[in-house]
Design a binder for this molecule. Structure first.
Ligand code: NAP
Length: 290
């Protein structure tokens, strides 16, 4: 079994980006600039945005965090999105999800200019992804593709089962794995909460990508010997032994499943760092396109 080291690959990507940013600055242009809109005080969202700011600093990007109270109205948030769309000094921005219940997330996503949609959530980005055209690809599936590529994992002709069909992870993941690319060219099954015979399906997977948000859902008896297992899940569970009072648990029962795998990711240092690195790649792309 080989652990797919997302920290290592993400560091390589950050170094590659740093070199490009140095060249951009040396040519007299300003550095790429990412903005993040953070609504409310959700602990996980605060953490994600803090990491994004730290990553930007490491590669030499500018970053701006816009904090809005959880009482912000939908119209006020739409006005902020319009302002960021029009701001020439910002190459790309994200609105950190989830948003408070009184705000329609789809309305916000629809309002983001596709040229600045570095999260890859807008209909234009999703449509282009489905057509195989160059676009911003949602950071988590893109990071997983990058991980598979960097470890030279053979995907062509393999059966890839994607557990989860969310717009930001499962569905784009399935599209990417089925495209005529390398990695890609897999035969993909997408499964969800209504899927029957899930265990049999998982057992037939050469590559199993799990993004459901159910702790340790995938157990060893669901995994084929020699399979590649990518655990996207990240659920906070209380843990009094930790300084911050919680630990992240994945969707895969890592300790038992790892014995059967050729390659596997761990909840920490696996998909998470690759997601962060992908956002930087998208921001650089947005800068270059402008
Ligand atoms: P989501 O929007 O809640 O979607 C979950 C998907 O899992 C849904 O399609 C759901 O099916 C399916 N599902 C739920 N229970 C299931 C079951 N028992 N059997 C089969 N399918 C089931 O979640 P998400 O945003 O895709 O995120 C999934 C997980 O990945 C979460 O733990 C999240 O924190 C994590 N995540 C991690 C990263 C990272 O960078 N590491 C990034 C994004 C997300 P239905 O559609 O039928 O409801």
């Amino acid at each position: 079994m080989q652990l797919l080291d997302g920290n290592l690959c993400a560091e390589q990507i950050r170094q590659e980006i740093t070199q490009k940013v140095d060249a951009i600055k040396a040519s007299g242009q300003r550095a790429p600039h990412l903005a993040a809109v953070l609504v409310g005080n959700d602990g996980a969202s605060e953490n994600y945005v803090a990491f994004k700011v730290k990553d930007c600093a490491q590669v030499g990007f500018e970053s701006t965090t816009i904090r809005l109270p959880d009482t912000v109205t939908e119209d006020e948030l739409l006005a902020k999105v319009a302002e960021l769309n029009a701001d020439d000094g910002i190459d790309g921005f994200i609105v950190q999800l989830p948003l408070p219940k009184h705000i329609d997330e789809n309305k916000i996503i629809l309002a983001i200019d596709a040229k600045k949609d570095v999260d890859g959530f807008s209909p234009v980005s999703v449509g282009k992804l489905n057509l195989g055209l160059p676009t911003f690809i949602s950071a988590t599936p893109n990071g997983i593709m990058e991980l598979l590529a960097r470890y030279k994992i053979e995907t062509e002709g393999k059966h890839c089962v994607v557990l989860g069909r969310s717009n930001i992870v499962g569905t784009p993941m399935a599209v990417l794995m089925s495209r005529n690319t390398n990695p890609g060219n897999a035969t993909v099954t997408i499964a969800h909460s209504r899927t029957k015979n899930l265990k049999e399906l998982c057992l037939s997977a050469d590559i199993l990508i799990v993004a459901i948000g159910k702790t340790e859902f995938v157990t060893a008896d669901m995994v084929k010997q020699g399979a590649v297992v990518i655990d996207v899940g990240q659920t906070r569970v209380p843990d009094t032994t930790k300084k911050n009072g919680f630990r992240n648990v994945g969707d895969v029962d890592f300790d038992n499943v790892k014995e059967k795998c050729s390659y596997i990711t761990y909840v920490t240092g696996g998909v998470g760092p690759m997601t962060r690195a992908s956002l930087l790649q998208n921001t650089l792309k947005a800068h270059q396109a402008r």
